[in-house]
Write a protein that binds this ligand. Structure first.
Ligand SMILES: [Zn+2]
Length: 267
C-alpha cells in the first residue's frame, strides 16, 4: 500500500514521496496441512478494487493492484494448490486482512468470536468502512473461537487452533478492533508471533518506542478502544524485550519486518 507520505508513515524519505506498507501473511506447514495466517487482498479485490474495497480507501491508501501479489498466486508459485490450504487464521476481519478468504473456499476460517460478531454487525461508521461483507459473501467455513482459554507467556484467553496440532494459537490483543488477536506459531526453539495491527512500526516494540507521526495518528484514529490498544502494545514491547528472545514478533504492515522475516525464512 502506498499512501502519502513516506516521511510521515515510514519515518524516512520525502514528505511528498509515496510510503510503502505491506500485508504480511504467513503460510505454515503443519501436521494438519497448510495454514494461512491473514490473507491480505484477494484476487477479486485486485481486479475490482474500487467496488470491493471502497473508492475512498483506494484513493487514500492506494493499494498496489498486481494480481500476482495475491496470497493464492504466491502459494501456487511455491508449488501448492489452493485446496492444500486447510486452515486460515485471521488476526481480524479488516478489508486488508480478509480479502483473500474467497480464494480458499474449502479452508476452515478461524476467527475470534467477538471479531466475527463485530464484522457482521458493522455497528459504527468506522466499522462500516473497514468491514466489507462482499469479502465473505461466498460463505466461508467459519470456526469461531469463544473468549476464555489458557495463559501463554503472560497473555490471557489464548486458544489453540484445532486441526493444527497445537502449533498455532490465537492470542487476544484487542483495541484496533473489538476482537483483534495475534497469532502465535511454534517454531524450533520458540515462537513467532504475528501481531496483526496491534502495532504498525518496528520501532513501537523497541525499548525506547518510536513511531512516525502519520502512522501514530492513523492508529489512534481507527482504533475501536485506544487505551486497550496502547496497553497491549506495552505488553508486546515487554515480550519483544524479554531476555532470551524465545518469541520473535512482527506486525502486518511494516516493510522492514517483512524484509527481515523473508531473509530469516530463506536462511
Ligand atoms: Zn491492517
Amino acid at each position: 500500500m502506498c499512501p502519502f507520505s513516506a516521511r510521515l508513515i515510514n519515518g524516512e524519505g520525502g514528505l511528498f514521496q509515496s510510503a510503502r506498507l505491506v500485508c504480511h501473511c504467513l503460510v505454515v506447514e503443519t501436521s494438519g496441512g497448510l495454514v494461512l495466517v491473514d490473507t491480505g487482498f484477494g484476487t477479486e479485490d485486485l481486479r475490482a478494487a474500487g467496488e470491493r474495497l471502497g473508492r475512498w480507501f483506494v484513493a487514500t491508501v492506494r493499494p498496489g493492484l498486481d494480481p500476482g501479489s495475491a496470497a493464492v498466486r504466491q502459494i501456487e508459485q511455491l508449488g501448492f494448490r489452493p485446496s492444500d490450504v486447510r486452515h486460515i487464521v485471521v488476526t481480524h476481519l479488516d478489508l486488508d486482512h480478509a480479502g483473500g478468504l474467497a480464494d480458499f473456499p474449502d479452508a476452515s476460517v478461524h476467527v475470534y468470536a467477538p471479531e466475527h460478531a463485530a464484522a457482521l454487525a458493522r455497528g459504527s461508521a468506522n466499522e462500516r468502512m473497514r468491514y466489507r461483507p462482499v469479502q465473505w459473501s461466498h460463505g466461508p467455513r467459519w470456526r469461531l473461537h469463544a473468549p476464555g482459554g489458557e495463559r501463554w507467556l503472560g497473555f490471557e484467553g489464548v486458544r489453540a487452533v484445532e486441526g493444527t496440532g497445537d502449533d498455532v494459537l490465537l492470542v487476544p490483543l484487542h483495541g484496533h478492533t473489538r476482537g483483534h488477536c495475534g497469532v502465535a506459531i511454534r517454531i524450533p526453539g520458540g515462537w513467532l508471533l504475528h501481531c496483526g495491527d496491534a502495532y504498525f512500526f518496528h520501532g513501537e516494540v523497541e525499548a525506547a518506542p518510536r513511531c512516525p507521526a502519520g502512522l501514530a495518528a492513523y492508529q489512534r484514529l481507527v482504533a475501536i478502544d485506544n487505551l486497550t490498544r496502547l496497553e497491549n502494545q506495552r505488553r508486546l514491547r515487554e515480550l519483544a524485550q524479554r531476555p532470551g528472545g524465545a518469541v520473535r514478533l512482527f506486525c502486518a504492515h511494516d516493510p522492514v519486518e517483512l524484509d527481515r522475516e523473508q531473509r530469516a525464512a530463506a536462511a
